[in-house]
Ligand binder design. Structure first.
Ligand code: BG6
Length: 479
């Protein structure tokens, strides 16, 4: 559909950028902070690119004022960040660490003073290690009350100033990488446990949303889902059903439960007949239907194309590209269900991520058609090798192209009728990429941080910084 005239972005559109505590803060053992699962995992040899850790990250903990000053200079309307659970409750529960509260208090006040709307993520993957040791973290239903207690504390402390909240960041990714691929903590590969862990996370998500209504009645909350719309490789019905399987298993499985409190039938019957269904207790579905969100947070990076995957000798779990050597990722699948395949119509990044702006329009329309909820684009951006040139210049034209084309697609979707609350680019400053180290950069601001060699952590505005500044100032009319 081609619109003769595109709808303008709404007047209070949240033009922003995002980050996560572990990826930016550093100060991993400062001011009473407890140890998280990531603090521990990165110390296991071979787990991250060149053994990178977030011990220092980009030192946002000590440099947040400078970073916020840069956000203000850019004219940013919103900043999405996450709270490190271990700063608030070093052991996951029990005594509160006031020093941790203080840090976020200052961060939030500073943002507000500069007219930047804080968007607070409760959980962006850094689980208190104490809870992992004590009862297996997400593997136990005990996590529901501990996560709720922690979240309620934040609602009480910050609910008067923070009006936008993200509950869980990319539950589909942290559970998939943690419990299916074994690439994130706790490094497990167990399909049945994967579904059980997800059921607990769903209950925890619903529980905090339910509590949120009591403490922040005028706020908005939702999960951030990593949505990669499924395409079929050909019009062969076998490829079409493979893509449908992927859409249901990889996306509806999570978004249906968030939006409606129920699992999609086809997936439930599939996992049940394969002995993978989670244990459900009385009252679970009641809680799930009571904890539904105000918006769907969407982290969009790419689409995925699928084809038929035979049951016998079909493709299974495969290698992911964590080096930036183009073409080193392998197609992956579930035998008898689907298999991924390269899309010949799309360019790929050095990490083999498809570049597909139209996919964002498709994503936004599919979510709107199915759930009819407002959408917060809580992440979208390009990971690339940036080059710091002479006189501190970074010419990241490729990033400008990426973001521009995605903003255009978003505006098309708005013109289609999608209600988009805001757009957070991943990321504001460069930061630590979980498995890819500091070489995979996303920011508008270059941070001189590396695995090896000189790294004084200085901040350098990239070319995209000035470009996005104009986009914001013109409310998306100058791209
Ligand atoms: C999302 C996460 O999956 O994508 C971020 O929410 C992450 O934390 C981002 O950094 C980009 O992924 P990567 O692997 O390129 O760092």
């Amino acid at each position: 559909m081609i619109h003769k005239k595109l709808k303008p972005f709404p007047p209070h559109f949240l033009w922003g950028a995002a980050s996560a505590a572990y990826q930016v803060e550093g100060a991993w053992d400062v001011d009473g902070k407890g140890v998280s699962n990531w603090d521990k995992f990165v110390r296991i040899p071979g787990k991250t690119f060149k053994g990178t850790t977030g011990d220092v990250a980009v030192d946002h903990y000590h440099r947040y004022k400078e970073d916020i000053q840069l956000m203000a200079e850019m004219g940013m309307k919103a900043y999405r960040f996450s709270v490190a659970w271990t700063r608030i409750f070093p052991s996951g529960r029990g005594e509160i660490n006031e020093k941790g509260i203080e840090f976020y208090e200052h961060l939030i006040n500073d943002l507000k003073a500069k007219g930047i709307e804080p968007i607070l993520t409760l959980y962006h993957w850094d689980l208190p290690q104490a809870l992992q040791d004590e009862y297996g973290g997400w593997e136990s239903r005990e996590i529901i009350s501990d996560f709720t207690r922690y979240s309620v504390e934040l609602f009480k402390r910050f609910g008067d100033r923070v009006k936008y909240w993200v509950s869980l960041n990319e539950q589909n990714i942290f559970t998939m990488l943690g419990y299916r691929l074994g690439a994130h903590p706790p490094g497990v590969m167990d399909d049945k446990l994967f579904y059980q862990v997800n059921h607990h996370a769903n209950l925890a998500n619903a529980s905090v949303i339910k509590e949120f209504r009591k403490y922040v009645p005028d706020g908005k909350i939702g999960p951030s889902f990593a949505y990669s719309p499924a395409y079929a490789r050909t019009s062969n019905p076998k490829d079409i059903i493979a893509a449908e399987n992927a859409e249901e298993l990889n996306s509806h499985w999570w978004m249906d439960i968030y939006a409606w409190g129920r699992y999609p039938k086809a997936v439930w019957n599939y996992i049940e007949s394969n002995g993978l269904a989670p244990q459900i207790e009385e009252g679970d579905f009641e809680l799930l239907s009571q904890g539904t969100p105000d918006f769907m947070g969407v982290n969009y990076y790419q689409t995925t194309t699928y084809e038929e995957n035979p049951l016998n000798n079909g493709a299974g779990i495969a290698k992911i590209n964590t080096t930036g050597e183009k073409g080193t990722s392998e197609d992956t699948g579930i035998p008898g269900v689907f298999k991924t395949v390269e899309n010949p119509h799309l360019e790929r990044t050095d990490w083999d991520w498809n570049i597909d702006p139209l996919g964002l329009r498709i994503a936004l329309r599919r979510i709107t058609n199915r759930y009819n909820l407002p959408i917060l684009i809580s992440e979208n951006g390009l990971g690339a090798f940036d080059k710091l040139e002479k006189d501190d210049v970074v010419n990241d034209n490729y990033r400008i192209d990426y973001i521009r084309t995605h903003i255009e697609a978003m505006q098309e979707a708005i013109s289609d009728g999608v209600d988009v609350l805001g757009y957070c680019v991943w990321s504001f400053t460069d930061l630590l990429s979980w498995l890819n180290g500091f070489q995979k950069r996303y920011g508008f601001v270059y941070v001189n941080q590396h695995e090896e060699g000189e790294h004084d952590l200085r901040r350098v505005k990239k070319k995209s910084f000035d470009w996005y500044k104009k986009v914001i100032a013109s409310n998306g009319t100058v791209l």
